[in-house]
Design a protein. Structure first.
Length: 367
């Protein structure tokens, strides 16, 4: 029976619950091996799970599905569907979601998590505590260590973090760690097609998604996506082998990238305003402001990097097409782009590095 449960997580489970579990996991997209590992784990769960992933690649959805599975198994078969429906909506009374307040997880919030973990499940025999943004746990980590390491029977922690930090290391060692990876182009394309996005636009969105389905869904409504892709494809037509033409196109390329940051800037402004209000109420330390600024800077860098990578991919699409008859053009362009990507690690000026690349790219003259 034990071996069967390891391969079939629904072995011995009533049919009504099996149907509910299938519904719970049907919402997960990508990272199938990790999702299957979580499905198997739900039959005999550990006390704590740490899900590590960049934003938008499905770890939060997997956490909801995992919670739904755990809660459905602990319910009467006739109530399994309700358990799943409420858990997927993060509205189940036995699924307690702790969102970060302010720039980092504060000591007060950590003590509230600690207090809640000691309570009995409000219904059923299981309660799930979902902790988000835990890479920002900072100095509050020691408060939570004991609760996560030895929670009461029936309490299960699901912890989400973008990456491991020194403050998170000890807690991570007490958890089952699962790492989520960016989605493949095929997975994102399939989902965009399912949502009715035309193929050409879906491919353009996919190129700039950076493996994030969340970002792909946002970009699906961005009418400028294809225009930016066309700019990069047409960029070689505006190069003349001179410093002035390379620099002019560099400025235009950076302006294109900057437009992608505008929605993020609006989101950051709203968060800064909310944080300022929180400071007035709680008197948070200046270090919290620094942590908020640092996170915003990371998010800006990630969006810029994704957009630049997408632009370079579109640029190489053009050289690939030209390389059908002149393969030396494509090979030289590919070498220059690879050198540019390596140089970004050492060149603090994106503008200068990009201008140098555009100056070195082969010109597309008459065939």
């Amino acid at each position: 029976m034990g071996e069967q449960a390891q391969t079939d997580p629904t072995a011995g489970v009533p049919p009504e619950i099996v149907v509910a579990l299938d519904e719970a996991w049907s919402h997960c997209i990508g990272n199938s091996s990790v999702v299957q590992q979580m499905r198997r784990a739900a039959a005999f769960p550990n006390h704590a799970y740490l899900l590590i992933s960049a934003s938008g690649v499905g770890s939060r959805q997997a956490a909801r599905s995992f919670a739904a599975d755990l809660l459905a198994r602990s319910a009467k078969p006739a109530l399994a569907d309700r358990q799943v429906r409420l858990a997927l909506a993060e509205q189940h009374p036995a699924l307690v979601v702790f969102e970060r307040v302010g720039a980092s997880i504060s000591a007060d919030q950590a003590r509230e998590i600690q207090r809640r973990a000691q309570l009995s499940p409000p219904e059923g025999s299981v309660q799930v505590l979902l902790l988000t943004d835990f890479h920002l746990v900072s100095s509050a980590a020691p408060i939570l260590l004991k609760s996560i390491e030895e929670p009461p029977p029936g309490t299960i922690f699901i912890i989400l973090a973008d990456h491991l930090t020194p403050e998170l290391t000890t807690i991570a060692s007490r958890c089952v760690q699962l790492e989520f990876h960016p989605l493949s182009d095929a997975e994102i394309l399939e989902e965009l097609h399912r949502c009715g996005l035309p193929s050409e636009r879906a491919r353009a969105v996919c190129r700039v998604s950076g493996g994030s389905l969340e970002r792909a869904r946002l970009l699906a409504t961005d009418d400028a996506v294809m225009a930016r892709q066309e700019f990069w494809r047409g960029l070689p037509d505006h190069l003349a082998g001179t410093g002035s033409s390379a620099y002019q196109q560099t400025l235009e390329a950076i302006a294109q990238i900057d437009t992608v940051l505008e929605p993020l800037a609006a989101s950051h402004s709203a968060e800064v305003a909310a944080f300022a209000q929180q400071v007035e109420l709680t008197g948070q330390k200046k270090t919290a402001q620094k942590e908020l600024d640092a996170r915003h800077a990371r998010e800006r860098r990630r969006v810029r990097s994704d957009e630049l990578s997408a632009g370079l991919a579109a640029l190489m699409d053009r050289y690939r097409a030209e390389g059908v008859d002149r393969p030396e053009l494509y090979l030289r362009a590919a070498s220059e782009v690879a050198q540019f990507e390596r140089s970004l690690a050492f060149n603090p000026s994106e503008e200068l590095a990009l201008a140098a690349l555009l100056l070195r790219l082969p010109l597309l003259g008459p065939k």
